[in-house]
Design a protein around this ligand. Structure first.
Ligand SMILES: Cc1ncc(COP(=O)(O)O)c(C=O)c1O
Length: 428
């Protein structure tokens, strides 16, 4: 079930992913359409992690011994690779646990700045009652709940852009929602449900004109399209390794150098301090200020291998391959009576997440029937409950594509949906 496309040699790529050779339920070949939740991992990433543990395992930024030095070089080398991948400087890349922690880091740094400065402080991060945080109805809970919590801690007010019936952002609301009180605008760079790609650069320009900071949730964009942090014009960018062929347990916060420099820490402890006395402590410059504890070196090494892998394919090719699969999926699913695609129905400004509703069949039942056929999709609200409400559904079924997926797998998905409709006697 493989095929080369104009952009990627998918046969060769699939050979790098041991999990894809598996058979699953009923002896069916695995059709993995859940990379939006987490991607599969190539042998290059698995080998890099294993080799680190076998030869260099040691705590980075600590021991004076050779292994410690090698671990430090590996960790900082990984930072350099990640920085180059997103058009940033190494000092602008903070390793976190995942995208969720990266977003929380900024939200907590803001309330920590408020606590430290009080009403007198001049910090850009200070948030006071009456200030506003602007997000959108399209956000993953990871870019929504931390901002609700920041508002609760500071007395600020949460505002949001609505979603249009076709799954785009209601950008006409931007003018009235962006005010001089807006402290930060946090917006997804690619929806994990509808695939929508909002015009981040335009939003960032408007936000900066009002003096607000801008954070882009890039958990679904950095793995799937070329991303240049400087060109986007954002202040912060958050993403996770495990969605871009890398290991679990490591993510990235990109922050513009001058902002990280001015930002107080979120988590504190060893490795991030300059001088510690019983009366108080001072902190290292970024990025170390934001990386307390023994770093996740093996995971950073794995992420660097994933970055090498993706850079070797070329992110333009990755995006083009996914666009061709997405176009195929949209065309095929649109033809099925009783299937409603959530979000934009063309690939314009849209990535490869295709969520849909099968009328008369609960998404969990659709998912279960597909699973019986060996097709792995995600069902539920995909951590985007308000977005589902806005689109008038409780839950949906979602297929997401990546570098190893084929057109034959898209066709298998469509056949599987038709089979589920017949199985449950739904209208076709
Ligand atoms: C758009 C988006 N933002 C944030 C996240 C959170 O990523 P993680 O769970 O790796 O922190 C996800 C994960 O699904 C996502 O799709």
């Amino acid at each position: 079930m493989t095929a080369a496309t104009a952009h990627l040699d998918v046969d060769a790529i699939r050979a790098d992913f041991p999990a894809l050779t598996r058979t699953v339920r009923n002896g069916n070949q695995l059709v993995y359409l859940d990379s939006g939740a987490t991607s599969q991992k190539p042998v290059q990433v698995l080998d890099a992690e294993r080799s680190f543990y076998e030869r260099h395992n040691s705590a980075a930024h600590r021991g004076t011994h050779l292994l410690g030095e090698e671990a430090t070089d590996a960790y900082e080398g990984a930072r350099e690779k990640v920085a180059a991948f997103i058009g940033a400087q190494p000092g602008e890349v903070v390793f976190t646990k995942n995208a969720t922690e990266a977003i929380n880091l900024v939200a907590y740094a803001m309330s920590n700045a408020t606590a430290a400065d009080g009403a007198q402080g001049s910090g850009r991060f200070r948030v006071l009652p009456g200030d506003e945080i602007l997000i959108t109805e399209m956000e993953h809970h990871a870019n929504l709940v931390p901002w609700q919590q920041l508002c609760e801690r500071t007395g600020a007010t949460l505002r949001w852009l609505n979603v249009t019936p076709d799954g785009r952002l209601a950008l006409d609301q931007l003018d009235s929602l962006l005010t001089g009180r807006t402290k930060i605008v946090a917006v997804t760079h690619q929806s994990n449900v509808t695939g929508t790609i909002p015009p981040i650069a335009e939003i960032a320009r408007a936000a900066h004109e009002k003096g607000a900071l801008v954070l882009a949730d890039a958990a679904q964009s950095v793995p799937h399209q070329p991303v240049d942090a400087a060109a986007l014009g954002v202040d912060f960018l958050a993403f996770s390794s495990h969605k871009m062929l890398g290991p679990y347990g490591i993510g990235v916060l990109f922050g513009r150098a001058e902002l990280l420099e001015a930002m107080p820490p979120f988590l504190t402890g060893g490795s991030m301090i300059e001088v510690v006395r019983m009366e108080g402590s001072t902190f290292l410059p970024p990025p170390q200020r934001f990386e307390p504890g023994v770093p996740a070196v093996a995971q950073a090494v794995g992420l660097a291998a994933a970055v090498d892998y993706l850079a070797g394919l070329g992110m333009g090719n990755v995006a083009a391959h996914e666009e061709s699969l997405t176009a195929h999926a949209l065309d095929t699913l649109r033809e099925i009576n009783g299937v409603r695609i959530l979000g934009p129905d063309s690939t314009k400004d849209r990535g490869g997440a295709v969520a849909f509703e099968v009328q008369g069949v609960h998404p969990h039942d659709v998912g279960q029937v597909l699973d019986e056929l060996g097709i792995a999709v995600r069902t539920g609200h995909h951590c985007a409950w308000p977005l589902h409400r806005a689109l008038g559904v409780q839950a949906s079924t979602r297929a997401t594509f990546y570098v190893y997926n084929t057109h034959a797998e898209v066709a298998a998905l469509a056949d599987g949906i038709r089979y589920a409709q017949r199985f449950f006697g739904a209208r076709q």
